[in-house]
Design a binder for this molecule. Structure first.
Ligand SMILES: Nc1ncnc2c1ncn2[C@@H]1O[C@H](COP(=O)(O)OP(=O)(O)OP(=O)(O)O)[C@@H](O)[C@H]1O
Ligand SMILES: [Mg+2]
Length: 326
């Protein structure tokens, strides 16, 4: 959007009005409530309802990363490509009637991030977590990771928006203070606003364990989500779990884990299990099960996702905490 504006700096209201109908959350902005068209401060280029192929989106995502100013052709794709948030290039797309999110390679990626995310999300599913349908395409040599949107439900020609709020919103927190929050705080939000409290507390505990077991240290509050079910809030399905190879032995998550703060160890997680309505024995059984699944399955899933032996070797450090295969 900044590149589309040329020399003028967009104001906050420019950005909100230009964000269009693909954004998460219950609100869309536009000139009329019936059909929230976008008002694009760079003029023209709005293409409401227009569909683009994955190849077009992938190419645009790549080109947008290295031009200084967006040309007209790229502006038409801004609605799909700019309103979902997050740091990686992505776009709203559809498969049949169902909205999906496509994530693309980023310029200068040192790993095949799309494939790593795909393999890890599949691993999460095998660990028993609530994972949306996933897909993967390689179009003209560009990797595309696809995840079905859990906040849109198609009903014929009407698309229901399920209200979504991030963990940041649920806790009334500011981006700059996220590392002073913990999984226990998210558990508190589930207890306060949740409609399936026990089930969601257990799911949250598993997500914390997963982030430890696969070394996903990008577990900030926007990477936790909630969906409104008409009466209260449920934990949304899982998204954005990507391991990061690290040299050091010590691992920390963004959010606090247990009595030893952000230290990413199973012991720390187990010591705080009561917050998630789990006995120590039950929590331990869950951790052992998940560790076994991670240890025995990660490499196979990485191989199936087309990740090279050299890259698998680098990622092996991420799974060091999982129990050795027996
Ligand atoms: N399956 C989904 N359905 C609906 N909304 C989703 C889904 N996956 C992600 N989102 C929303 O899109 C946002 C961006 O997605 P995601 O976190 O995967 O991107 P990212 O660029 O990797 O983020 P980060 O900056 O945290 O690395 C999320 O914060 C969430 O609000
Ligand atoms: Mg994210």
């Amino acid at each position: 959007m900044y590149k589309a504006m040329g020399d003028r700096l967009p104001s906050e209201i420019d950005l909100i009005l230009a964000s269009g109908e693909h954004r998460v959350g219950a609100l869309a902005f536009g000139p009329t409530s019936a059909q929230p068209e976008r008002i694009t401060p760079w003029g023209g280029g709005s293409a409401p309802g227009e569909e683009f192929t994955l190849a077009e989106l992938a190419e645009a995502a790549e080109r947008a990363q290295h031009v200084d100013e967006l040309d007209e052709n790229l502006r038409a794709l801004l609605a799909a490509g700019s309103s979902l948030g997050g740091a990686r290039p992505k776009a709203a797309t559809k498969i049949g009637d169902q909205p999906w999110i496509a994530k693309f390679q980023k310029r200068g990626d040192s790993f095949p991030e799309c494939r790593v995310e795909l393999a890890t999300m599949r691993l999460a599913s095998e660990c028993g977590l609530d994972v949306p349908p996933l897909d993967f395409r390689c179009v003209l040599d560009r990797d595309i990771y696809l995840i079905e949107r859990f906040d849109r439900i198609p009903h014929g020609n009407w698309l229901e928006r399920r209200p979504f709020a991030s963990g940041l919103t649920m806790l009334g927190a500011h981006e700059s203070e996220v590392s002073s929050f913990s999984y226990a705080d998210l558990a508190g939000a589930i207890r306060q606003f949740g409609t399936e409290v026990r089930q969601d507390l257990h799911e949250l505990f598993r997500r914390m364990l997963l982030n430890i077991l696969v070394t996903n240290d990008d577990d900030h509050l926007r990477n936790h989500g909630f969906l409104f079910d008409g009466e209260g809030w449920r934990l949304s399905p899982l998204y954005d779990v990507v391991p990061k190879p690290q040299l050091g032995l010590e691992r920390r998550l963004v959010l606090g884990v247990g009595p030893e703060g952000r230290n990413a160890t199973i012991e720390n997680a187990l010591a705080g299990a009561a917050v998630f309505d789990l006995s120590h024995d039950d929590a331990k059984a869950i951790a052992e099960n998940m560790s076994r699944t991670v240890a025995t399955r990660w490499e196979q899933l990485f191989t199936e996702a087309g990740i090279s032996a050299a890259d698998r070797k680098r990622f092996a450090t991420c799974f060091r905490l999982a129990a050795p295969a027996s």
